[in-house]
Each structure stands twice: as C-alpha cells, then as structure tokens.
Design a protein. Structure first.
Length: 95
C-alpha cells in the first residue's frame, strides 16, 4: 500500500491486499481479513471504477460478519446496490 501511495502500481497493491486478506480468511482470522480487504477497498476507491469492487465488497462484508462487526450489513448493502444494475446479483448469494 505504501508503494501505491508513493506513485507505485496501485493495481498490484490491490491484488496483494486481496491475496493477504484471502489467506487470513482461509485461516479463520476474520479480523485480519477485514483489515486487508479494507486496505484494498481504500485503494480501489481512490483508483475509481474497478471490476474487483463487487467481489471485494462481498468478501469484506462476509469477513466483517464473521468478525461480528456492525459494518457487515452496510458493506453487503453496498455490494447489493452495485450488483443490481450490473446484473450480478447472483454474486451476493455467496455472502
């Protein structure tokens, strides 16, 4: 993330954050997964429209729910709002 903030490759930083978050999630470390998914989301929000946004929001909302965080509902609603116009509501079934 620091590299992206210094003008580095933002896309690579997003991918790295998502990989670390997925690894944490797979190891049942929901709090760590939330931290890394949120870092990726910050980078995507800065970058603008990105095809990774919807799956990232679903993963973040799921990890937040597993970590028993109140933000899970809001995150998954954001994903739902994004999915409907794109015709990708089936992606929300994973959450």
């Amino acid at each position: 993330m620091a590299a992206a903030e210094q003008g580095g490759d933002t896309s690579a930083a997003i991918d790295a954050c998502i990989r670390v978050a997925d690894l944490a999630r797979d190891r049942l470390a929901a709090d760590a997964a939330v931290t890394w998914y949120r870092r990726a989301l910050e980078l995507i929000d800065v970058q603008g429209e990105d095809p990774r946004l919807l799956p990232l929001l679903v993963s973040l909302g799921t990890a937040e729910r597993q970590a028993d965080l109140d933000t899970a509902r809001e995150t998954l609603l954001r994903a739902s709002t994004l999915a409907k116009p794109e015709g990708k509501a089936d992606r929300l079934g994973e959450a």
